[in-house]
Design a protein around this ligand. Structure first.
Ligand code: ADP
Length: 391
């Protein structure tokens, strides 16, 4: 059954014209093994790293076409970078322009009343009363499972007995309400502050509550800082041991400003094994380094694929890249989360895997990541923050 579908996928791919116009991806050997399980198809396309952007619409088109094949419900197709001569990811991340909290086009600075971000030394950031530690979960690009990791990590911290909150600062696609199945809006406490919502023992606030989805992206940027300040300082978090901040993906000015303004104890970077994502992850590392926020480590998400039919692991996406990269950069490697439909299904259903299967293997993976992250924070309390050295 699935052999016939694989053949159909390959035939379909042979008939598609890739965006570089150089002949079909099958003949060029760009397609990985194809796995089909539970009606879901998984494979990757290997492209040169500088072609990734051009191939992105093509990748999406393939996902749609594969999902249209009889017997296949959905597809996950990833772009994997071809390694360039000395290995991908050797180039240093490009320098970011200086951060200005004012919007492009001379709009006034956000209403947070904060002084210009660049003028504020990282060490001088005021803490948030009641919150002991704030940890950012970040990724160099979208779609790597940053929010899924942030939520499950927060739940894993809570399972260790900590009082935990999650702040969804992802202005581009706030997903915490969906991940935690929160449908209410936060209530105001006496008109001045907001009460966080609660789910699975976590206190939660989301940019989605404050920034209307209809608001065009271009206007969201300037709102970020004031909304973020509100979510941090005008929410009645109560006493928390740890606040997990789900950062917006990427390393643009909005992210840099956030990393600069929020008194972060450290950052966890989520990456997929693909070199492309790792290149982006390096930018994430550089960004936090720039604002003196210690990187607590890298999590490799969608690390390997456990076939629900035969139970064996497959390295669809080139597993192990994040561990190697972490070693090379001298940052801790926090763990590998497999690509597993249970993780996706539970996230989409609003009951994250750590909450709904607390004794399962995935909860164990997140518990280990949480423990290593805490150990990292503890270590920082006793030693100077490790410096990340870039070649
Ligand atoms: P990001 O925050 O990086 O944009 P999300 O956490 O929203 O990414 O995840 C993107 C999609 O991938 C979601 O549909 C999510 O359910 C799915 N996903 C994330 N991690 C995994 C995983 N380990 N296994 C399977 N699906 C995953």
């Amino acid at each position: 059954m699935s052999e016939a579908q694989k053949t159909e996928i390959i035939e379909m791919l042979r008939g598609l014209q890739p965006p570089d116009g150089k002949g079909d991806v099958v003949s060029r050997g760009m397609v990985s093994d194809i796995f089909i399980a539970d009606g879901k198809a998984f494979f990757s396309l290997s492209v040169a790293s500088d072609e990734a952007e051009r191939f992105e619409p093509f990748r999406r088109e393939i996902e749609q076409r594969v999902a249209g094949i009889a017997g296949i419900a959905s597809a996950m197709v990833a772009l994997t970078a071809e390694r360039a001569g000395g290995g991908a990811g050797r180039t240093a991340p490009p320098p970011r322009p200086p951060v200005r909290p004012a919007a492009p086009g001379g709009r006034p600075a956000p209403a947070s009343g904060a002084p210009p971000a660049a003028a504020r030394p990282a060490a001088g950031k005021p803490g948030v009363p009641g919150i002991d530690k704030i940890v950012a979960v970040a990724s160099g690009k979208g779609g790597v499972g940053k929010s899924t990791t942030a939520v499950n990590l927060a739940l894993a911290f809570a399972a260790l007995g900590l009082k935990v909150g999650i702040l969804d600062a992802d202005i581009y696609g706030p997903s915490v309400p969906r991940l935690l199945d929160i449908r209410d809006k936060p209530k105001s406490a006496g008109g001045r502050t907001m009460l966080p919502l609660e789910a699975y023992g976590l206190k939660a606030m989301s940019m989605g509550f404050l920034v209307d989805e209809e608001t065009p992206m271009i206007w969201r940027g300037p709102m970020v800082m004031s909304a973020l300040t509100q979510m941090l300082r005008e929410v009645e978090w109560g006493t928390l041991d740890l606040l997990v901040v789900d950062m917006p993906p990427g390393t643009g000015d909005a992210q840099l400003t956030m990393a600069q303004q929020v008194p972060l104890a450290g950052a966890v970077i989520v990456s997929t094994p693909q070199d492309l994502a790792l290149l982006d992850a390096r930018k994430g590392l550089a960004m936090f380094r720039k604002v003196d926020v210690p990187v607590l480590g890298i999590v490799e998400n969608m690390s390997y694929f456990v076939c629900p039919n035969c139970g064996t692991s497959h390295d669809v996406f080139g597993h192990g890249g994040a561990r190697r990269e972490a070693d090379r950069l001298g940052v801790p490697f926090l763990g590998e989360v497999p690509l597993d439909m249970r993780i996706r299904e539970t996230s989409d259903a609003g009951s994250p895997i750590v909450a709904c299967e607390p004794e399962g293997p995935h909860a164990k993976v997140f518990a280990d990541i949480a423990a290593k992250t805490l150990a990292g924070i503890e270590g920082l309390n006793h030693a100077a923050a490790p410096r990340i050295v870039f070649e």
